[in-house]
Design a binder for this molecule. Structure first.
Ligand code: GDP
Length: 440
């Protein structure tokens, strides 16, 4: 996420390296370079200009602080200003209604339907809500079908009226139905168009008027850069929405949309979406995003994600198995599934300070586990439970079944055995033994 910008800003800070103090000249040069970096990241020109003007003013005003090196001072200033530019603090959504009504708007392909389902999943699993999804895109049967499939996947009801072409009455009926069934949040997915279109705007406006939503969330594809900002402005002029959802931040986005939207539209980014899976949705934290942009990592989000996935009961069982040396390939598969649930691997790694940059040109994706999973899934249940059964012919069969090679199967088995030994030593009070082994 935003690796190029991170790199460019780091280069800008280098201008001040070795400088003993902040001067008009070195600040002007640094600030000019930061502005260039922002514009290359597709940040709106006016936003970049006023951002760097502020930095310059503040940097010169802080000249008294001689204890801090100019380079460090500049990083801190840019960090705080970036966080402020993106809104300062995280903003919640309004869930006070009964039911609370959330209207989702945006262009076609921006990720509305996917986000609607992710939001339902988030509200259900993290906020203890009972959401209902409403298929309001009456023009594309595929969109209704897509929402139904996602609803089934996350076990959330999807309200539709087959053959109806009237999204206003669908929305009204959905709310009645939700009240009847005790559903406390109604999420209405609306129809988009490929570009701003008068009819689409009128339709969303009339749904807004009919259902008075608690929240209108505008969904936008962050890969579209400045277009995203312009579209946000047009939607906001018509709908006066409450917040923005930035999607596809897992892609090769430069950062312009994330950095400019708040300043141009004056509405907060509330969520960011980083993948197609239901779990890849995050509440937007401007300060954490500023950390990440400056290559400082985002340990807080990483720890939160790990905590969300941590299942105490399962961890206890696992520990018992490890101590008894019963950790098997089924447990291994479970562990991989847990890691994958945390989201995109490269993004996760990027949250560790310094690691994001190191991995910039390394291609890690969710396929990293693919061959391991294929190998384990080609084992029989007995083999998974008892890896010591694995003789030559079994290994050959597994390699063929998984579309891998005997070398890969052998490597996995060896790694698994080594891991098992290590786990047993560490967890079974064998820390001394482990220490001895490591010192050998
Ligand atoms: P809609 O037309 O606005 O409802 O958009 P969809 O929800 O159908 O999304 C369009 C495409 O973008 C689909 O293929 C989604 O799987 C994909 N998509 C949505 N959100 C994300 C995201 O955060 N990251 C990535 N990589 N793909 C996404």
């Amino acid at each position: 996420m935003f690796e190029n910008l991170t790199d460019r800003l780091e280069r800008s800070f280098k201008i001040l390296k070795g400088e003993g103090k902040i001067t008009e000249i070195n600040v002007a040069e640094t600030v000019k370079d930061i502005r260039k970096a922002l514009i290359e990241a597709d940040v709106n020109y006016k936003v970049a200009k006023s951002f760097t003007d502020d930095i310059k003013r503040k940097a010169l005003g802080m000249n008294v602080l001689t204890a801090v090196k100019p380079g460090q001072l500049m990083v801190k200033l840019v960090h705080d200003e970036l966080a402020a530019l993106m809104g300062g603090k995280a903003e919640d959504i309004d869930l006070s209604g009964n039911p609370s009504v959330i209207l989702i708007a945006g262009l076609q392909g921006s990720g509305k339907t996917t986000f609607s389902a992710k939001l339902a999943n988030y509200l259900k699993s993290k906020k203890g809500k009972h959401p209902m999804l409403v298929a309001g895109d009456v023009y594309r049967p595929a969109a209704i079908e897509q929402l139904k499939v996602l609803g089934e996947q996350i076990n959330v009801p999807v309200f539709t009226i087959p053959d109806s072409k009237d999204p206003v009455s669908i929305a009204k009926d959905a709310i009645k139905e939700a009240k009847k069934n005790g559903q406390d949040v109604v999420i209405i997915d609306t129809a988009g168009r490929l570009a701003i279109d008068e009819e689409m705007m009128k339709e969303v406006e009339s749904i807004k008027k009919a259902v008075s939503p608690n929240e209108i969330l505008f969904v936008v594809d962050s890969m579209t850069g400045q277009d995203a900002v312009n579209t946000a402005k047009e939607f906001n002029d018509r709908l006066d929405f409450n917040g923005v959802v930035l999607t596809k931040l897992d892609g090769d986005t430069r950062g312009g949309a994330a950095l400019s939207i708040r300043a141009v539209v004056d509405k907060p980014i509330k969520f960011v979406s980083t993948g197609e899976k239901m779990e890849t949705l995050d509440v937007f934290h401007p300060d954490r995003m500023a950390d990440r942009i400056l290559g400082m990592g985002d340990i807080v989000s990483l720890v939160e994600k790990a905590q969300e996935q941590y299942d105490e009961e399962q961890a206890r069982k696992l520990h018992k198995k490890i101590v008894k040396n019963q950790f098997n390939f089924n447990d291994f598969l479970d562990q991989i599934a847990q890691i994958k649930k945390m989201g995109n691997l490269k993004d996760l790694a990027g949250m560790i300070p310094g690691v994001g940059k190191a991995l910039k040109n390394v291609d890690i994706d969710d396929d990293a586990f693919k061959s391991i999973e294929a190998i384990i899934k080609s084992m029989t249940p007995e083999e998974r439970e008892n890896p010591s059964l694995m003789n030559g012919s079994r290994r050959k069969r597994i390699a063929e079944g998984s579309g891998t090679s005997i070398v890969e199967v052998n490597r996995l088995l060896k790694q698994f055995e080594d891991m098992r030994k290590l786990m047993k030593m560490v967890s079974g009070g064998g820390a001394k033994k482990f220490g001895r082994m490591m010192n050998q």
